[in-house]
Design a binder for this molecule. Structure first.
Ligand SMILES: *Cc1c(COP(=O)(O)O)cnc(C)c1O
Length: 369
């Protein structure tokens, strides 16, 4: 692998393949795989990730917003794409781009039917989202009659799936709550099967659902974080491979004497002779201020170097007093020798937030062998 010469997020497509195949092996062959690639493929490189996932056999994609689906269509991605959280103002654009909406309330269901009828659609595929306990988005159990009346009353749309989302699939202490969500979902689906006279696909599991609730895979699973190499628990983390490695280089080295300070507000003060390095990555790149002042560190020539002082917009400084290194040397922020979950924990957050927060100005570089 070539050494970094600037800040770069390396995306390992072999690791993506490993993760996809691992998750695929956890579900029956006839269960469809929906790959969740919202937020730029969890901060990676959405178009390249999508192409690779199609090659690997993904059946469906999911994104959060309509604009994300449009980006994929413009790049020539032809797989069905579920838009998890469209707004009614997006519905024409959504249909023009052959994107499939999640309809999560009476209002958006009615609005979508209106638009689909206006655009002369026939059986346009839609996905009905039910709230079974997350209380975030979704139609309620008592709205099933309304849903079936509206669907039976139009030829413009047809349900492609019913789905729900688990609130705590990674948390064993909430197992009973999760089982109750699955039970409620099954009940809603059965009621609607009867009322509609056909059987759309059912799906409720995210990555941790796939791993922890094998009896709830239904017809499809929606895997996000697992594809990118995170399993939400140690054992699963070990079976998956993080696809991203965030690297940068040393821009400049400084030799400080006792009493010198580093960075804004002089937040770090040297209490002895200290050697520091400045790196071209800061909070505008997704390395939040939370990681500063010794809370997190980076890996340099195999050794740990803490971030000192306040994280700046475009830079961080690290303490390299005992490390043999020179300007231009490669530094790993996370990935490879430092698991992103561990780095994220030092900033009081989780892998999801860390990886999706790496800003678009950081260059992405694909690696595959
Ligand atoms: C983001 C999301 C997923 C993927 O969840 P992971 O935990 O990343 O696997 C699945 N379903 C919905 C509705 C989501 O919003």
């Amino acid at each position: 692998m070539p050494k970094a010469r600037e800040t770069v997020l390396e995306i390992d497509l072999n690791a993506l393949a490993h993760n996809f195949n691992y998750l695929r092996s956890k579900v029956d062959p006839d269960v469809k795989m929906m790959a969740v690639i919202k937020a730029f493929g969890y901060g990676s490189d959405v178009v390249e990730i999508a192409k690779k996932l199609m090659e690997l056999g993904a059946d469906y994609f999911a994104v959060a917003y309509t604009s994300e689906g449009v980006t994929l269509r413009k790049a020539g991605i032809e797989l069905p794409i579920l838009v998890l959280h469209p707004q009614s103002v997006n519905f024409e654009e959504l249909i023009e781009n052959c994107l499939e909406p999640s309809l999560y309330s009476e209002f958006v269901l009615k609005e979508f039917i209106k638009v689909a009828e206006k655009l002369d659609q026939k059986e346009y595929p839609v996905h009905l989202k039910f709230n079974t306990g997350l209380n975030r988005l979704g139609l309620r159990e008592k709205e099933t009659d309304m849903v079936s009346e509206l669907l039976n009353g139009t030829k413009a749309v047809k349900a492609a799936s019913f789905f729900s989302h688990l609130a705590a699939s990674e948390d064993w202490r909430e197992r009973e709550f999760t089982l109750e969500q699955i039970h409620t979902f099954r009940g809603i689906a059965l009621k609607l099967y009867d009322a509609l006279g056909y059987r759309p696909l059912l799906h409720i599991c995210n990555t941790s659902g796939v791993i922890n609730y094998p009896k709830a895979h239904f017809d499809m699973v929606r895997t996000g974080i697992g594809l990118y190499g995170f399993g939400n628990e140690k054992g699963e983390d070990q079976k998956l491979k993080p696809i991203g490695t965030l690297k940068t280089i040393i821009s400049q080295i400084h030799h400080l004497k006792k009493g010198d300070s580093v960075g804004y507000n002089r937040a770090f003060k040297a209490n002895k002779l200290t050697k520091t390095a400045t790196l071209p990555i800061g909070h505008a790149d997704g390395i939040n201020r939370q990681y500063g002042n010794g809370r997190a560190g980076v890996i340099l020539n195999g050794q740990y170097a803490p971030i000192i002082g306040n994280v700046c917009m475009d830079m961080v400084m690290i303490d390299i007093t005992d490390i043999d290194c020179k300007e231009g040397d490669e530094v790993v922020i996370f990935g490879g020798p430092q698991h992103a979950t561990k780095f994220a924990a030092k900033g009081n957050t989780i892998s999801y937030e860390l990886i999706t927060g790496i800003s678009q100005r950081v260059k992405r570089r694909l690696v595959e062998n």
